[in-house]
Structures are given as structure tokens and as C-alpha cells.
Design a protein around this ligand. Structure first.
Ligand code: SF4
Length: 225
């Protein structure tokens, strides 16, 4: 498997600034408008939407949230919502029992400890119930303009194939990418790689023949050799 060819290599050891620049330029050319597709008007709404987006499309989440945010306009409203009622509201996003429990618990802490506001700080966010590093970086980057790299399944897979990391653990991948990618690109780079992973560099059958990043890709190079 081509991905094995990167395993013994020290993470990112061979990544040149020229390669990074070429990849960033191509991503900007092919995904100029990549951004957050979840609809929100404040950090709390993005937090709720991001929890709902696990194992669910952003389109589906965006169908559910307008009514949800009308019914529960604040962290206190979510915290005080009857669990079964909240589960019913979000049922179509899947895994609704876990999601409803996480939303209620997270909003209870926000209401009791942060006056209903979402904290703009990574360590504080990841300490909230149901909020992992990926969700925290989505919130920081898109609601607060604080740069962070979101490592979801697409970003992880594409980064490994491109040879930007040899790690499997999302936090280590994030650390590697933060070492190579200029800070001002972090938020957009994440959105661009997610789009690229969905459209071209799919898990089972990457469309390498259609891929603009092919000249810079370790996976493609391994296939050619
Ligand atoms: S060349 Fe293929 S494996 Fe490499 S990034 Fe493009 S689609 Fe993915």
C-alpha cells in the first residue's frame, strides 16, 4: 500500500517549503471559496451545529438548526430542555441520544460557569462535555477568527497521502501541519482539505487522475514507482 511508504519516515521530514507553497497555491486555485458550510450567527449556534454534524451532512444539520435555534435561543434554554423533547428535535441528524445528552450537558456548564457564553480558548473548550479538539478548533477558527487546524478524517487521510505527516493520531497530525502550514492558512487549509477529501481524494478510490495535487503527492508517486 502506498501509505506504508511514509511510515518509517520521520514525520514531515522531507516536506520542502516549495512543496507546501505549491500545495497551498493549488488549493487556493481549486477551492477558492472553501469555508464553513454550517449556518450560524453566534458561537453557541456553531457549537451546537458542530456537535450535530458528527456522522451527518452539513446540509441536514442546516435543515434542523433554524427551528432548533428558534426554540432554544440560549445555552440556558438548551440546558433546561426536556431530554426527550431535544432528542425529537435533532433525531434526523443521527446518534441523537448521545448528541442531545452532550448538548444539554455542555450548555448546562456554559450557563452555570460562563454566563451562557462560549469561551474563546482551546483548553477551556476541550474541557466542556462533548467537545473534542476538532470541534474546539472549528469553533475557534470560524466563530472567533482564532487560527487552528481541524483534523477530521479527510484532513488526516489527505495529509498522510500528500506526505505532510506520517502520524495517525489527529493531535499529532495537527501538530505536524501547524509546523508546515503558515498560520494565516490554517482555517482555510482545513476547509480545503475537507472538500478535496470529499470530492477527489476519497478513502477507497482516490481520483488521482483528476487531482491537481498529483505532482506533489507521495501516494501518487508510490503508485507510479
Ligand atoms: S494524487 Fe490521489 S492520493 Fe494524492 S491527493 Fe490527489 S487524489 Fe489524493
Amino acid at each position: 500500500m502506498p501509505e506504508r511508504s511514509t511510515k518509517r519516515k520521520k514525520a514531515g521530514a522531507s516536506v520542502s517549503p516549495e512543496k507546501i507553497k505549491a500545495i497551498l497555491d493549488l488549493l487556493d486555485e481549486h477551492y477558492p471559496d472553501a469555508g464553513c458550510s454550517l449556518k450560524f450567527v453566534n458561537p453557541l449556534q456553531l457549537l451546537i451545529s458542530t456537535i450535530l454534524s458528527a456522522q451527518c451532512t452539513d446540509d441536514r444539520v442546516n435543515q434542523v438548526t433554524p427551528g432548533l435555534f428558534r426554540k432554544y435561543p440560549s445555552a440556558r434554554h438548551f440546558a433546561e430542555a426536556p431530554l426527550v423533547e431535544l432528542e425529537t428535535e435533532i433525531r434526523s441528524t443521527g446518534f441523537y441520544r448521545n448528541k442531545a445528552r452532550n448538548i444539554k450537558e455542555c450548555c448546562r456548564v456554559l450557563h452555570e460557569q460562563y454566563e451562557g457564553e462560549v469561551p474563546a480558548d482551546l483548553d477551556t473548550l476541550v474541557a466542556l462535555p462533548g467537545i473534542g479538539r476538532k470541534t474546539a478548533n472549528v469553533i475557534l477558527g470560524n466563530a472567533f477568527g482564532i487560527p487552528g487546524i481541524v483534523v477530521d478524517t479527510h484532513v488526516g487521510r489527505v495529509s498522510i497521502r500528500l506526505g505532510l505527516t506520517a502520524e495517525k493520531d489527529p493531535e499529532r497530525i495537527e501538530r505536524d501541519l501547524m509546523g508546515f502550514i503558515p498560520r494565516e492558512h490554517w482555517v482555510k487549509f482545513s476547509h480545503q482539505l475537507i472538500l478535496h477529501g470529499r470530492r477527489i481524494c476519497q478513502a477507497r478510490k482516490p481520483k488521482t487522475h483528476l487531482c491537481p495535487l498529483e505532482p506533489h503527492c507521495d501516494y501518487a508517486a508510490a503508485l507510479r514507482s
